[in-house]
Design a protein around this ligand. Sequence first.
Ligand SMILES: NC(=O)c1ccc[n+]([C@@H]2O[C@H](COP(=O)([O-])OP(=O)(O)OC[C@H]3O[C@@H](n4cnc5c(N)ncnc54)[C@H](O)[C@@H]3O)[C@@H](O)[C@H]2O)c1
Length: 408
Amino acid sequence: MASEGELLVEWAEKHMPVLDQIKQRFEKEKPFDSLTIGACLHVTKETAVLMETLRAGGAKIAVCGSNPLSTQDEVAAFLAKSGISVYAWRGETTEEYYWCINKVIDQKPVITLDDGADLVGTLHASRKDVLNTVRGGTEETTTGVIRLKAMSEKGELKYPIIAVNDAYTKYLFDNRYGTGQSTLDGILRATNVLVAGKRFVVCGYGWCARGIALRARGLGAQVIVTEVNPLRALEALMDGFQVMPIADAAEQGDIFVTATGNINVIRKEHMLKMRDGALLANSGHFNVEISLSGLAEISIKKRTIRSNLEEYTLRNGRKIYLLAEGRLVNLASAEGHPSEVMDMSFSNQALCVEYLAKNTCMRADVYNVPKEIDELVARLKLIGTGVRIDEMTGEQKEYISSWKSGTI
Ligand SMILES: NC(=O)c1ccc[n+]([C@@H]2O[C@H](COP(=O)([O-])OP(=O)(O)OC[C@H]3O[C@@H](n4cnc5c(N)ncnc54)[C@H](O)[C@@H]3O)[C@@H](O)[C@H]2O)c1
């Protein structure tokens, strides 16, 4: 499978010009000479490009998947063949998933890269033996950052972690346009249903959910948003979407997608109200947003219809369909985010790993991505995209930083 994986990685590389520039610099400067890096990331073609970038900088790398269903096996095979320690395959059991994480920890990483904080969680819960060797880490996603901040507030986080998710050049693009497009891609690959004319319920109106709502509307769906945050609900309303509680949306929707980072957002009482044929998918980090135990409880029969599509016959006689076992539909049933957005997310990752390697005296806490890194990624992305922008004149710089001129 490695040769197939190699072509996929080559394709991703072609669409990741910012990371390529960073790789070329790392090759010369070797900022990670002999440093061991442990990564728990979705093992996709884009992750392979990041791994190669870090290796070009001199790092020794061990990587495992950050979701049991998201590994692209061809890519894992290619990475293994090229000498990177890979512990990942598609369809891991929960036990195997944590076995893989522990294998990465066994390599005694000095810097960790995480997506969802399972690696950091395992290090702090059951592998304290290795905690002392870790100098710093990065975190890729919203759910991981929330977990790390909770650890930090309780004084339980033992090393500094940079919240890559919270960089503008990450969440404004990856979470919004990446999740938006790839979630629709995942739903289409699993079902091939027509989206036009469907009532499409999006649970949440955060960065991921607004991308999903936008793309569903683009395909002609009537989009309904459910929220718990009044500000975000208001934004959804003024962006032109219908807003209502999930209990009401449950009766109306044809397709439901959760992207909240929260638990049991769609529960059995909602599923019992759904129309025959309703599709349920999740794009939030963990498979807890759709209550799987609730679904099992109210079902009398389950069949696999096709890859990533399971039919549940409910006790009320209706059938509803669960995509990708309620796991991240964009990664389990499609290929995750397009390379162009991962170019920005992973350039932040690469530069933050370099920052951690250079700044060895940071306290254990959760840090924002340094502004210079965020701005550099945006600037390089524009250059890579061939877009030029204006520069302020001297007069404008002075004007914008002065309080002296007012109404003329
Ligand atoms: N699929 C992917 O590839 C991918 C990419 C990035 C992030 N994520 C994950 O997606 C999730 C959302 O991330 P985000 O960046 O959009 O977060 P966010 O914090 O911007 O948005 C989450 C939104 O969900 C809302 N919410 C919480 N509970 C709710 C409930 N019960 N009903 C309705 N709305 C509710 C919140 O009010 C908030 O507006 C996280 O788990 C994140 O890790 C997935």
